[in-house]
Design a protein. Structure first.
Length: 125
């Protein structure tokens, strides 16, 4: 889990979200209102919004997926993996009492898999 998580407000223009995704090299951000996750905006959501409105004025709250899946910070790894699989998602906001405290991103999953069982193969070359 990454505790340093970038989030945006529902009224944040997708142009600003696009700049954040590019500058921070991330694939999406939770949309937060009063500390609670109300949605998630992926790079695909931003791209679709910009293709529909090249001004980038569309609010993140309009472009976001509003049926966001979150997970409790104390959930076991098996539950995290099952949640990612079941919902076909790549980013999983982590909450404590409903408030955003982190995010599990693809890089976190890969790090876990490498550290816990993906065999190291000889370099091809």
């Amino acid at each position: 889990m990454s505790e340093r998580v970038t989030a945006v407000a529902p009224e944040t223009p997708v142009a600003a979200v696009a700049h954040t995704l590019v500058s921070e090299e991330i694939g999406g951000v939770p949309v937060v209102k009063q500390g609670r996750v109300v949605g998630f905006v992926s790079d695909g959501d931003v791209m679709r919004a910009l293709l529909s409105d090249p001004t980038g004025a569309t609010p993140a709250g309009t472009a976001m997926t509003s049926q966001v899946v979150t997970i409790d910070e104390f959930a076991p790894t098996s539950e995290v993996i099952e949640t990612l699989r079941e919902h076909h998602i790549h980013h999983l906001p982590v909450v404590r009492a409903g408030r955003l405290v982190g995010i599990i991103a693809p890089k976190d999953v890969l790090r876990y898999l490498v550290d816990h069982g993906v065999p190291r193969l000889p370099d091809a070359g």
